[in-house]
Design a protein around this ligand. Sequence first.
Ligand code: RNT
Ligand code: ZN
Length: 410
Amino acid sequence: MSYQSAKEKYSRIGVDTEKALNTLKDISVSIHCWQGDDVGGFDSADALSGGIQATGNYPGKATTPEELMADIDKAFSLIPGKKKLNLHACYAIFDGEHVDRDKISPKHFEKWVKFAKERNMGLDFNPTFFSHPMVKNNLTLSSPDETVRKFWVEHGKRCIEISEYFANETGVPCVMNIWIPDGYKDIPADRLGPRARFKKSLDEILSVPYDKTKVFPCLESKVFGIGLESYTVGSSEFCLTYAAKKGITPLMDNGHYHPTEVVSDKISSVLLFNETLALHITRPVRWDSDHVVLFDDETREIAKEIIRADALDRVFIATDYFDASINRISAWITGGRSVQKTLLYALLEPSSLKELQDSSDFTSLMVRSEELKTMPFGDIWEEYLNRENVSVDYLSEVKAYEKNVLEERK
Ligand code: RNT
Ligand code: ZN
């Protein structure tokens, strides 16, 4: 009932809600596994490092692969749409023998592949260049110590092989994102050297033969990390230029820029010079705090830029945040739904707005844009959830799971 009347209202402004709903259900969003255990992983006892931080101590955190998988199942059952699972190398599962990160291989991810296949899902991957004793003086791929640099190059190479294994097994291409924390707390005496070594390391990693239709290596830039405030090796300029020159995919995380810079404004430029673009959608509060993604202005603007550019087949959309202060399953669902919601909101934007801009009718553009904000968007969203067989209210399900499963964990 309410959907029918909302549909008519949108139709009057030239928007086809059926088309929007059909497009949305096929947009794949890669959900990060690391919200489930505060970026802990299973391969080492080392604390989270690399200038990133998960704050909070909400009870019930997953501490085994089985628990994390169960939590992912719960969260995914309440997130509508097509999903991929985004894994980090530190989530390797060792049955008995333990190998270091420069020696990991597909067999350490067999259980994840089985998990993904049973759910008809693709897998994305990330080498883990942090939380490890071989991170020396906050450096990995840019280290002046050849033993350290080589160790991490090997890790990167192994991860390309694992990514190709994921793609072959699941039949879905694997997006493999390289992010290194490397940087300096205080003013460096040499800015060029570390970046030159990083460039060389990347060239070495990417020299591993891989099928470019199956593995999409990405490079994620950053502005600063905690304890690494003065200099970041993998800056925006470095990563954008490297990716464009090498024909790999640049990755933009919207927590990785100065506070008044917005990723929504960067997407169009990057799309003009790169085949593909990858995004980490997060919510920075004053810094790269990785709060849960909400249905907020900037996330909506990011979604609009993807849709307006007609670039759904060129943009890899992924989430990246970690809040340990609230129920982690709820954090996953709220963030996952928010991304989907912003995409729906963007799909419901009338193309006539562009025409108003081109005819320089900025008065009408402002008025029409404001009118859009009170359209019955919620009714279309609810219709989507119903069609996806996902309940509108997830809080009661999350609370029940907390009581029955999370509270039982010691
Ligand atoms: C860190 C980057 C990076 C990580 C994950 C865990 O600032 O955003 O993407 O969040 O790799
Ligand atoms: Zn990120």
